[in-house]
Design a protein around this ligand. Structure first.
Ligand code: NAD
Ligand code: DAU
Length: 340
């Protein structure tokens, strides 16, 4: 297949691009704005592949999208492009509205013009928080943050293009991803790097919030299954095999890095913090997908990857991220490479 992968320089999009080129022989063109979270380094192992191409551009830019479709002659669009950090959506929601609403609209119009299959990558957060039980594709949308509300809006727009114009759209909603190349504003990479550097480990509130962890290679494979085998107009949930309270995850990271429990610091809770996510994957399993990586093994491999790949995170931890960290946590990080 020839694919236009929007947001493919990010954490999950780059995993997907790698999988499609290497394991499926697809021709992949990545279109990415390269925000703070998007990095060409995430794709550097694909740079020499003849079946891979990178284009810098924003999904809300009609001309950039038109050019990308012309260059790639894509048969399908897979849209990962998003602002993805809940805390940033609370502090500065603007870009979330622009990318999720306008960007998704521009891509849908382009897909309509060219008659392309369209996959929207979405999140379990559109369903809101669930105390008990598990969300299915029939659960009502009840997003809590500017991030999840704008993602839910984008999903509704995608569905409207199926109902109104018959565009073959699909939506794949994932639970919390983890693995290599994840920007260290998210819980797991932030805690791993702070643990390795002797920095404090900032746990929001009581740390008893539960997340449903899925390895990024499993989510990328689920999206590939939906792309190939999903029924147009449908939503497919892909949840991970394991649920864990945040504090348990942090304690496992401490054990894997040799850090000290005294590094844990309970800090002010996130406003409107969702208590628990849980996602049933029966429908995507019926397409032949199942997750391969259990959390215990995946977390160990992830910690090892961050230990061994300081080339990837050193430029982040010594750059603008330091100012972000200080704004968000009210304290500076230790020296760029101290203790690692
Ligand atoms: P990420 O932040 O690592 O990557 C997002 C990518 O999108 C970056 O490369 C960024 O440069 C690009 N981008 C942002 N705005 C853009 C724009 N306007 N035009 C073009 N490119 C733009 O995010 P991720 O964790 O890889 O998430 C990818 C997708 O998966 C998102 O849609 C997210 O909502 C969804 N998702 C993420 C998770 C998770 O746990 N990380 C779980 C479920 C779903
Ligand atoms: O559920 C899927 C979603 O998972 C994706 O759609 C989002 O793009 C992705 O960012 C993620 O959202 P979360 O808010 O669950 O992820 P985050 O890593 O920000 O936080 C995970 C949990 O850890 C959450 O309960 C908040 C808590 N946390 C996070 C950070 C960064 C802390 O306790 N301390 C922290 O410093």
């Amino acid at each position: 297949m020839r694919l236009l992968v929007c947001g493919g320089a990010g954490f999950i999009g780059s995993t997907f691009a790698r999988q499609r080129v290497r394991e499926h022989g697809d021709e992949v063109t990545v279109l990415d704005k390269l925000t703070y979270a998007g990095r060409e380094e995430n794709l550097q192992d694909l740079a020499e592949e003849p079946r891979f191409r990178f284009l810098r551009g924003a999904i809300e830019d009609r001309e950039a999208v038109a050019k990308a479709l012309e260059t790639s002659t894509a048969q399908a669009i897979v849209n990962f492009a998003a602002e993805t950090h809940v805390d940033r959506s609370i502090a500065e929601p603007d870009a979330f509205v622009a990318t999720h609403a306008l960007g998704t609209y521009v891509l849908l119009e382009a897909a309509r013009e060219h008659g392309l299959r369209y996959v929207q990558v979405s999140t379990d957060e559109v369903y809101g928080s669930i105390e008990q039980g598990t969300f299915t594709e029939q659960s009502p949308l009840a997003p809590s943050s500017p991030y999840s509300a704008t993602k839910a809006g984008a999903d509704l727009l995608v569905s409207s293009y199926f109902h109104t114009y018959g565009l073959p759209t699909l939506i794949c909603r994932g639970s919390n991803n983890y693995g290599p190349y994840q920007y260290p504003e998210k819980l797991i990479p932030l805690m791993v790097l702070n643990a390795l550097h002797g920095d404090s480990l900032p746990v929001y509130g009581d740390g008893m919030q539960v997340r449903n962890w899925i390895h990024c290679t499993d989510f990328a494979a689920a999206i590939g299954h939906v792309l190939e085998h999903g029924r147009p107009g449908e939503v497919y949930n892909a949840g991970g095999p394991d649920e864990e309270a945040n504090i348990t995850v942090v304690k496992r990271i401490i054990a894997l890095t040799g850090a000290a429990e005294s590094q844990i610091e309970h800090v002010a809770d996130r406003p409107g913090h969702d208590r628990r996510y849980s996602l049933s994957s029966q429908k995507v399993r019926a397409l032949g997908w199942s997750p391969r990586v259990r959390f215990e093994e995946g977390l160990e491999q992830t910690v090892a990857w961050y230990r061994e790949n300081s080339w990837w995170w050193e430029p982040i931890r010594s750059g603008d991220y330091r100012a972000y960290y200080e704004r968000q946590y009210g304290r500076p990080l230790s020296g760029p490479t101290a203790g690692a």
